[in-house]
Design a protein around this ligand. Sequence first.
Ligand SMILES: N[C@@H](CCC(=O)N[C@@H](CS)C(=O)NCC(=O)O)C(=O)O
Length: 370
Amino acid sequence: MNRTPVYRLYGSELSYFTGKVRAYLRWAGLPFDEVLSDAEVYRQVIVPGVGAAVIPVLSTPAGELLQDSTDIIDTLDARHAGRDGVPSVYPAGPLQKLASLMLETYGDEWLVIPAMHYRWHHNREWAIAQFGALNAPRASPEEQRQIGARRAAPFAAAAELLGATPPLHAAVEASYEALLQELDTHLARHPALLGGAATMGDFGLIGPLYAHLWRDPAAGELMRRRAPHVARWVEQLQFRPAELRGPLLPDDAIPDTLEPVLRRMAREQLPVLVDSAHRVRRWMGENPGQPLPRTLGQQPFTLEGCTGERIVRPYSLWMLQRVRDHLTSLDEADHQRAAAWLCALGAEQLLDFPDPPRLARDRLSVKPVH
Ligand SMILES: N[C@@H](CCC(=O)N[C@@H](CS)C(=O)NCC(=O)O)C(=O)O
């Protein structure tokens, strides 16, 4: 294979979804270079190229600019997996693939709550300084602080909008610390989520667990102290990913130790997705054919027995559509096996999910497919 960089990743060490795509590119062994998304790059490449100020963005040898970590990984997986020793992010086994897609949705669309909480409520000054330094690398420290505060403001506000309001802080931390414990127990026995190899679910979890929860100082200290096996997995997936290219568990098995994590997803996130689906269906009925706004009002959610409010994100349903597409594509025997497994996890809501009309991605939100 030609080893000169053919892909270019625009993004930042601070960014959740850049960490996901970077880990994938390294794991897949695809040659790429990375360009920091400073103010100039946003102005000259990202905003004109993708129509929104968002990272990560990947440019391809054919001159395409891809955005959205899932689309990027799916595009590269379709082009490269199975050639030149590049593995696929998708397990061949139907149950393992289902678990992998569920965990991607959980990492991308739910663990944003603890990630943003720890960054903006425990590492705020540090994060502002980093935002400034990365956005304006040549500015003075004072200018960087001002630029950082301005650039960081929407992200800092997002922590509360996503649900980490002051009354929920203790619940967010209790839920995250319990998750760390569950993952630590699992990763003490297995190199990755489904055995010896990373799959899409690992790339979903590495988003929050690298940039925010491993790399930010206070959260990183918590992870290294409380969950050393999780820290080891983060470091392998981000820096030594060849170590996570072994075999998956045989016979489409899901490790027992992963079940508490999947149960947590079913308990915390799935009811929110069901509620979102009802709201999105209603909105689509009232606004036929229209692209959906990025957020659609507020909805209640429950963490560790505490109820809060968060913004409704139609985009999450596009992620879930991927899980539903996989489930509905299964033949009868596999579907029955998946149904029994989902019921045992308390995830039966995935089986009779109130699917909205079919959705396509539309920059940072979604639109109906015509
Ligand atoms: N779902 C998208 C989300 C990308 C995203 O949220 N990127 C963040 C940085 S990690 C960003 O640039 N956000 C700007 C914004 O949300 O307006 C993906 O998978 O790429």
